[in-house]
Design a protein around this ligand. Structure first.
Ligand code: ASP
Length: 444
């Protein structure tokens, strides 16, 4: 009997959790077991990295071939402007919905306060953590982000800088920069549009080559996905093993707030959006996307999940290649509902802990900043912490550095959850746009 891929991944997740917890107990009991457990966990982390590398390895040829073969199949490109407008509108609307949901919950639950007062315990936990933190790289990233935040107009500059980078001076350099896919997408789009403007006979060998390249990439994606259960197990085991400690207890209410907000967006808001705008049964869409959602959750990277998202959206949800190849790569880079929501909750939470009073106007600025910065956040693990640091400093909230270093340390679980929300948002965009273009999605 063959177990379906998503069940295999779920099983891997469950097994990794059980083993991780077992290892924690073993290590805590001391003795020789500790050394053995550490060895296995570090081996597991390497295997996980191997799986991630495999996924990342195919991103560049996959993006180029799918964007070019997808767009050149859009006859004459007449509807391109309309497609772009609709997609951007959908991204902005759903990100705003997510941020507002986060804003309401963090103000109602107030995870940073106890009895209306700033929570001292959390502030102490932040400070203790920073003192014991030996993660130099994290400290450096946080300090760099702080400088951007302190700059006048830092957030807007971040965003404009992002769009400037969208047009790379060297397309090969852009392809080599892992976090920066936008330059590559831009080049591929322009290239494809130029192809549609030339006589078909002239470009058809080139087009056939890209279509064939895309077919090869699809097959390679399938091979890599066959390894997903092993990859997921290997990625999750170290996470479960290392998670824990005082800081987690102190942040319990914060975790609950973020997860509740993400859960409501994923399971209530977005299903309503696709029901209303695309008229599809949300359950069917969840079913279509389950492998991508589990991969996003396990890898905490929308970019690494991109090959899987592409497959699920086309093969299971029935979105056409041309719509998917436009909305999915773009979405993986600029559309991040979960990240935008998280930025808003995290900033207001830190303000609460630090006893910093946020006026309505200041909170409004946080909403706008979260929307703008989420566009520039790369689809890699923990990328949004940089944006949070920038918003905290530009909002003049004290203790930003201490807080972000601590949040970074406990980020993984929340990152996994928000990445799944990010990927689901992209898939909903593809579905709604496809439906509005008259495609028959999610049928049979
Ligand atoms: N890990 C997220 C993603 O890849 C980005 C973030 O919020 O840190 O979508």
């Amino acid at each position: 009997m063959k177990i379906k891929p998503h069940w295999q991944i779920l099983l891997a997740l469950a097994l990794a959790t059980v083993t991780g917890l077992l290892f924690r107990n073993l290590a805590a009991s001391g003795g020789q077991a500790g050394g053995f457990v550490d060895g296995v966990v570090s081996f597991s982390a390497d295997v996980g990295k191997l799986f991630l590398n495999l996924l990342k390895m195919i991103i560049v040829p996959l993006i180029v071939s799918s964007v070019i073969s997808g767009i050149t199949s859009l006859h004459g490109m007449k509807g391109f402007g309309r497609l772009l407008g609709k997609t951007a509108g959908f991204y902005a609307l759903t990100s705003l919905l997510a941020i507002c949901l986060g804003l309401v919950l963090v103000n109602v639950i107030q995870p940073g306060l106890t009895n209306g007062e700033p929570n001292e315990k959390i502030r102490m936990a932040f400070e203790n953590h920073k003192e014991s933190s030996a993660d130099e790289a994290a400290l450096k990233t946080v300090q760099e982000a702080k400088l951007v935040g302190e700059e006048q107009g830092g957030i807007v500059k971040q965003l404009t800088g992002f769009f400037v980078r969208m047009v790379p001076t060297n397309v090969f350099a852009a392809a080599m920069d892992n976090g920066q896919m936008l330059g590559l997408i831009f080049f591929s789009l322009l290239f494809a549009i130029a192809m549609t403007r030339l006589p078909l006979q002239q470009v058809s060998p080139l087009r056939d080559a890209f279509v064939a390249l895309n077919d090869v990439m699809i097959l390679m994606t399938q091979w890599i996905m066959a390894l997903a259960p092993i990859g997921v197990y290997a990625l999750i085991l170290p996470v479960v093993y290392k998670t824990g400690g005082d800081i987690f207890q102190a942040l319990f209410k914060y975790f609950a707030t973020v997860l509740l907000a993400l859960g409501l967006h994923l399971f209530v808001v977005m299903p309503l959006v696709i029901k209303v705008l695309a008229g599809v049964n949300p359950l069917d869409h969840f079913k279509a996307m389950r492998t991508a959602l589990l991969t996003a959750f396990s890898t905490a990277s929308s970019s690494a999940t991109l090959p899987v998202t592409m497959r699920c959206v086309q093969d299971n949800a029935g979105v056409s290649k041309s719509t998917a190849s436009f909305t999915i790569p773009l979405g993986a880079t600029v559309n991040m509902d979960g990240t935008a929501l998280y930025e808003c909750v995290a900033v207001i939470f830190v303000a609460q802990v630090m006893g910093f009073d946020m006026s309505m106007a200041a909170q409004f600025m946080v909403v706008i900043s979260a929307l703008l910065t989420s566009v520039g956040v790369a689809g890699i693990p923990s990328a949004s912490l940089v944006a949070i640091m920038i918003i905290l400093t530009s909002s003049k909230i004290p203790g930003a550095e201490t807080a972000v270093v601590a949040l970074l340390a406990v980020d993984r679980l929340l990152d996994m959850a928000r990445t799944a929300v990010n990927v689901f948002g992209d898939s909903c965009a593809a579905l709604v746009i496809a439906k509005s273009e008259g495609e028959k999605v999610l049928q049979g």
